[in-house]
Design a protein around this ligand. Structure first.
Ligand code: 5AD
Ligand code: SF4
Length: 473
């Protein structure tokens, strides 16, 4: 999954603070839980599951870590700097632990799974380590700590999908929500630590997904993002084998919940995205015309070394299918890694030329960061100097800025349907929301409010945002 790389100043402000739990009402007498999430959308979604499990276990959330009984960090291991951020954050809590030794510090998520008991050895402040499939065990693990022990559960499951747990929405705008449809990843891209930290791929029962979407709609939500490491390989079969559901079929079921509910999904894999998915998107107005399709590289030799199981031609074929079926306006975004093992300048140029071909609307771009235990770390040499990786990254980002600007300018003069998510970050006189292609649109408030669908005439575009004016409809 992904982190934002092209950011407006507003986005930057919002992202510098990790997302945290909020103050819960009627919390008198309960133990106070503070939870902070790092990394991908899946982690934010998991924190909502963790909060639900711990609320059942008698905890109440707080937005103030200074007074919390339990501090949990839901961590990311995808790149070295993601891990460094967590280690630095843990240092911030040292003074609190000195003042209140009974305060419990736990680490969850991918870094917990990767480091296991090493976390307890290396970071003395940590009392609890729980991997992504161990969250039901958290109340027990926290009890163990109360009894004076350190506690750890990093077992990975082949079945756990937390299907029956109703997430407690954290930092919610009350309009958009994540719905996890599957967990884990079976792909084994050579650079990626995720298959080791999140285990085997498993799909969640479609009925529980539909119920969660319906419940969200009933409580006023207007948009769901279906989440999975690789949503296109969603595959569910009933126990007696009489019913099979693939991703296109699931999308259709969710689209039919209500035409008022917008649907997004992430992340798609180029090897798995089918024409059936694209035709389903076309068929339903409420399925947003936006696809996040990580390329990683534009060069077939590098893609092979990355074990992505597709080559440049295959990727281009999928892009052509998107353009043919959904048209030029469908939003497409990428993930790209620069400076992967042995990447030459010509191969890097192939990535740039692929970007020019696709004309991505948006991108999440990273310099290669070797992760211990991955196939690339074991079999390949991380031989591209840091400054070369960074220079190539800058070239990729600069090109993406230009492409985003060009693509955003295509919207100028059009009237587009925007789902309002709240006030603009700069001024309460303006609202902000997203259009179909996932682009942020800012416009003067007038009488409109959060949760409204508003037709907005786009007047202005930057690489990051569209600005416009509501039109009477
Ligand atoms: N180094 C740099 N980027 C990585 N990603 C995954 N693993 C690594 C790594 N070792 C990127 C990929 C993926 C996104 C979520 O993070 O681009 O799609
Ligand atoms: Fe990692 Fe590849 Fe799975 Fe994405 S598809 S999580 S990059 S192994």
């Amino acid at each position: 999954m992904r982190e934002l790389e092209i950011l407006t100043e507003e986005d930057k402000e919002a992202l510098e603070l990790p997302r945290t739990s909020v103050e819960q009402e009627n919390a008198v007498g309960k133990r106070k839980l503070y939870i902070e999430s790092y990394g991908c959308q899946m982690n934010f979604s998991d924190s909502e599951i963790v909060t639900s499990i711990l609320q059942e276990g008698g905890y109440a959330t707080t937005s103030n870590f200074e007074t919390a009984d339990v501090i949990l960090l839901n961590t990311c291991a995808i790149r070295e700097n993601a891990e460094q951020k967590v280690r630095n954050r843990l240092k911030n809590f040292n003074y609190l632990k000195k003042k209140r030794p009974e305060m419990v510090v736990g680490v969850l998520g991918c870094m917990a799974e990767r480091l296991k008991t090493k976390f307890l050895e290396e970071e003395k402040i940590v009392d609890v380590v729980a991997g992504p499939d161990a969250y039901r065990d958290l109340p027990n693990l926290l009890n163990e700590v109360e009894d004076g022990h350190k506690a750890i559960n990093v077992f990975l499951s082949k079945e756990e999908t937390y299907a029956d747990i109703t997430p407690v929405r954290l930092n919610s705008n009350g309009v958009t929500a994540f719905v996890s449809i599957m967990r884990g990843c079976d792909n084994m891209c050579s650079f990626c630590v995720v298959p080791f930290t999140r285990g085997r791929e498993r799909s969640r029962d479609p009925q529980s997904i539909l119920k969660e979407c319906q419940d969200l709609l009933d409580t006023g939500y207007k948009e769901v993002t279906l989440l999975g490491q690789n949503v296109d390989s969603y595959k569910w079969a009933s126990e007696d084998g009489s019913e099979n559901v693939n991703f296109a079929q699931l999308l259709e079921k969710v689209a039919l919940v209500s035409p008022e509910l917008r649907i997004r999904f992430s992340t798609s894999h180029p090897k798995d995205i089918t024409d059936e998915v694209l035709y389903t998107m076309k068929k339903y107005e409420n399925i947003c015309k936006y696809i996040h399709l990580p390329a990683q590289s534009g060069n077939s030799r590098i893609l092979k070394l990355m074990n992505r199981t597709y080559d440049r031609e295959w990727y281009i074929n999928r892009i052509d299918a998107i353009r043919n079926i959904l048209g030029e306006d469908c939003g497409i975004s990428q993930d790209i890694i620069t400076g992967f093992c042995t990447e030459t300048e010509e191969e890097h140029q192939d990535t740039l030329s692929l970007m020019e071909y696709v004309k991505y609307d948006y991108g999440y771009m990273f310099a290669y960061s070797e992760r211990p235990g991955t196939p690339a770390a074991k079999k390949l040499v991380d031989d591209i100097p840091e400054e070369v990786k960074k220079r190539r990254l800058t070239e990729v980002i600069d090109l993406q800025m230009r492409l985003s600007f060009e693509r955003n300018n295509r919207h100028v003069g059009k009237i587009e349907k925007v789902l309002v998510e709240g006030f603009s970050k700069r001024s309460d006189d303006y609202l902000q929301g997203r259009n179909d292609q996932n682009k942020v649109v800012v416009f003067p408030k007038h009488h409109y409010k959060k949760g409204d669908y508003v037709m907005v005439k786009i007047n202005e575009a930057s690489a990051a945002t569209l600005k416009g004016e509501a039109v009477n409809s």
